[in-house]
Write a protein that binds this ligand. Structure first.
Ligand SMILES: Cc1cc2nc3c(=O)[nH]c(=O)nc-3n(C[C@H](O)[C@H](O)[C@H](O)COP(=O)(O)OP(=O)(O)OC[C@H]3O[C@@H](n4cnc5c(N)ncnc54)[C@H](O)[C@@H]3O)c2cc1C
Length: 394
């Protein structure tokens, strides 16, 4: 790991965050809370240019990783993030002027066939092995907990700690909380080049002690030394994973919980019911395919009959910022003083408060916590292989 540049009194530490998605804003909030002067650079002219506002807002620490036995470090990070979310949401709501629609209802996972029931059992066993709360539901309990589900469901369980927020609203509230905390926004500024050294000079001439890169799928800035020589950050390019999603109007008798099947999810919010999502690795275009959207709707209606007649509000595609091993890159790059908060793939909303903590530990205190060590942004070689990947088997 490269050495830290000279540390200053944190009260005067100036940090530029590049990228105003949920990762950049959460990092900015934590950095500000720990005394840094923070400015956020964003190429869009307002909040919402990236993946965050295309997300379903699920905080699925148990669902995502109980079945992914090879994602040990990521499971620990996700669990930690899931535990941080209630306080994180309350903090943003207090400072950001209103609700994020943080729902404490857990998620229900359902099976429609024998094969899916087996998969459900594997999921339940994996949750228990990881001490993640899980509860199997009898038919009567399921009817009581989620009457919207149709008779195709053969078995179900509840993941009580898998919560959800409205990701679009959360981003806006975070932005408001930051403005109130004195964080400056530089909208409409794509950061293409940063001059590094003991301090970092942005294209607009402003100077900072540290830089945090939270550009999602965007392009990373080029770094040069004071005399124009290139500085290598050592980061690999993000891997795009396209996701298409449908938003239906809320209907009477609609679901109360997030519902997962093996291939789709349904997320009820007050203004719409989201049905997602496709997973198209390597695709970075945001075109919407009506056939894929229709397939999402018909699968949702199989589970929740009333959704079959729910009017379609809108549909969209977003690009998840993946990495070669599907785990994020969090920590100092090969340029001392420049930090990555990148590659949060399909769980950036969930992971945001944990990533913010790990970034602030390193930027402010120069401390790499045990949770962060696995996500070293320099773990990949030139072929994108990571000999010590957090995705290694238990
Ligand atoms: C369909 C879909 C469903 C999803 N559902 C969930 C879910 O339920 N739960 C969950 O946890 N996650 C979910 N995700 C994943 C989640 O959206 C991402 O992991 C998360 O939004 C990544 O946040 P970010 O801040 O890194 O990136 P972004 O939100 O993309 O923000 C990056 C920002 O950086 C800006 N930028 C880029 N380059 C530059 C530059 N050079 N200079 C200045 N600004 C720049 C961009 O304009 C953008 O605003 C989903 C994603 C998709 C597509």
């Amino acid at each position: 790991m490269p050495a830290q540049p000279n540390m200053r009194n944190t009260g005067s530490l100036r940090v530029a965050v590049v990228g105003a998605g949920i990762i950049g804003l959460s990092a900015a909030l934590e950095l500000r809370a720990r005394g840094a002067d923070v400015a956020v650079y964003e190429s869009g002219t307002e909040l919402g240019a990236g993946a965050t506002v295309r997300a379903a807002g699920m905080l699925g620490a148990a669902f995502e990783w109980a079945i992914e036995a090879d994602q040990r470090a990521l499971a620990a990070l996700a669990r930690h993030a899931g535990m941080l979310w209630p306080d994180f949401a309350a903090r943003i709501e207090r400072a950001g002027g209103g609700s994020l629609e943080f729902s404490k209802e857990g998620a229900i996972v359902v099976a429609r066939s024998d094969a899916e029931t087996e998969w459900l059992e594997t999921l339940a066993a994996a949750c228990q092995a990881r001490e993640l709360p899980v509860r199997r539901l009898s038919a009567a309990e399921l009817k009581r907990e989620e009457p919207a589900l149709t008779g195709v469901v053969k078995a179900a369980l509840v993941l009580p700690e898998d919560r959800h927020v409205d990701a679009q609203i959360a981003l806006q509230r975070l932005g408001a909380a930051l403005s109130r905390a004195g964080v400056g926004f530089r909208f409409g500024r794509r950061v293409e080049r940063i001059v590094g050294g003991q301090v970092f000079q942005m294209p607009d001439g402003e100077r900072f002690d540290r830089v945090v890169l939270a550009t999602g799928m965007g392009s990373l800035p080029v770094f040069v030394g004071p005399r124009g020589a290139p500085l290598e950050h050592g980061l690999v390019e993000a891997v795009p994973v396209k996701g298409q999603m449908l938003a239906l109007a809320p209907v009477n008798g609609g679901p109360r919980h997030v519902i997962h099947t093996r291939d789709i999810y349904i997320v009820p919010k007050s203004r719409w019911v989201l049905v997602g999502a496709t997973s198209e690795r390597g695709r970075a275009d945001t075109s919407v395919d009506p056939a894929k959207i229709a397939a999402l709707k018909s699968r949702a209606a199989e589970m929740v009959g009333v959704l079959g007649s729910a009017p379609e509000v809108t549909a969209w595609a977003g690009i998840r910022p993946g990495t070669p091993d599907d785990a994020p890159m969090i920590g100092q790059t090969a340029i001392p003083g420049v930090f990555a908060a990148l590659g949060h793939y399909r769980n950036g909303v969930l992971l945001a408060p944990a990533t913010a903590e790990l970034v602030a530990d390193q930027v402010i205190d120069g401390k790499v916590s045990p949770l962060a060590a696995a996500f070293d942004p320099l773990r990949f070689d030139k072929q994108g292989e990571a000999p010590h990947s957090p995705s290694q088997k238990d």
